[in-house]
Design a protein around this ligand. Structure first.
Ligand SMILES: [Zn+2]
Length: 198
């Protein structure tokens, strides 16, 4: 009896594992593309795919879809707007039941912004976040003695999106949104937003 129960349990677990590891179906891929084309409510120059917040789309039954979305900054409470937009787009595509589930791990980082997204930001006059592996910004958050010794979070220089000069100064840690800082280029004198690294 015990053996049977165990075998049954093992079988169930295996089934669940298989379900989780399942490849994306053509429908899921199509819905993910649709959800990914939704513009970021804070920065409409980017869509959710380019912003890197869309983790996955799963069909959970006929007409039932679950979307996994990672929130960006806590200071950018755009996830409700993103969720509503995704629901609307998928409803319009004939999916009556759409659930948007926030995924907190792995946490979103500005490294998740795609190369295409970075290109668009620059084109829009916003200095894209530099790629970094540490979730710290040593320029705007000086932590005094506890500050991580030498290594800066990124080796990449911050360049003016207008002229490419790396000679820039910080004007304000916060621009129109908490995600961005306001800087000025010392070469072309133009102010610009910098999408801060996270
Ligand atoms: Zn410049």
């Amino acid at each position: 009896m015990v053996t049977t129960a165990r075998a049954h349990q093992a079988h169930q677990t295996q089934q669940e594992t298989q379900q989780e590891a399942q490849q994306e179906t053509p429908l899921e891929a199509e819905l993910r593309r649709l959800a990914g084309s939704v513009p970021d409510p804070e920065l409409p120059v980017l869509n959710l795919e380019e912003l890197g917040v869309l983790r996955a789309v799963h069909t959970r039954g006929p007409g039932r879809v679950e979307v996994e979305l990672s929130p960006t900054y806590t200071g950018c409470p755009a996830i409700e707007a993103m969720s509503a937009d995704i629901e609307r787009v998928l409803h319009e595509h004939g999916i009556p039941e759409v659930t948007v589930r926030p995924v907190l791990t792995p946490a979103w980082s500005t490294d998740d912004i795609t190369p295409e997204g970075r290109r668009k930001l620059r084109e829009f006059g916003i200095a894209p976040p530099r790629t970094t592996r540490t979730p710290a910004d040593p320029v705007t958050i000086p932590l005094g003695p506890t500050r991580h010794a030498a290594a800066p979070a990124t080796a990449e220089p911050l360049a003016c999106p207008h002229c490419g000069s790396t000679d820039t100064e910080l004007l304000s840690r916060f621009s129109s949104t908490a995600c961005k800082a306001l800087r000025r280029c010392l070469s072309c004198r133009e102010p610009f937003d910098h999408f801060k690294e996270l």
